[in-house]
Design a protein around this ligand. Structure first.
Ligand SMILES: [Mg+2]
Length: 112
């Protein structure tokens, strides 16, 4: 099952977990955790290009980042704005794939 197919009932339980985590450890500390988990993900992606970690290592950090994003999302609220902006961004990706919007690409192999 994909994450977007999960039951709404489970999501409600998750929302409560995220809110409790933020209340227990405090929102400022959780914002720092977002930075820390993003840094760990960035680190693993960089290591991947040097053959020092694999997709599973990256996936584990992606889960950590996703958990922190979900926590911040529960704290911030504004779900309607989130959904609207997410739809806008997804639509932009689709337009770029169809060539309806320009997207700058670089070739990593040719970078000095
Ligand atoms: Mg981590």
């Amino acid at each position: 099952m994909h994450w977007w197919e999960r039951e709404q009932e489970n999501s409600m339980e998750e929302q409560e977990i995220y809110k409790q985590a933020a209340e227990s450890w405090g929102i400022p500390l959780q914002r720092l955790m977002v930075i820390e988990e993003c840094a760990e993900l960035i680190h693993n992606i960089a290591k991947y290009f040097r053959g020092r970690c694999d997709d599973v290592d990256i996936m584990h950090e992606m889960v950590d980042v996703q958990l922190m994003i979900n926590q911040m999302r529960a704290v911030i609220g504004r779900e309607d704005e989130w959904n609207e902006y997410f739809a806008y961004k997804l639509d932009r990706v689709e337009r770029r794939l169809k060539g309806e919007e320009q997207c700058r690409l670089i070739n990593l192999k040719n970078q000095g």
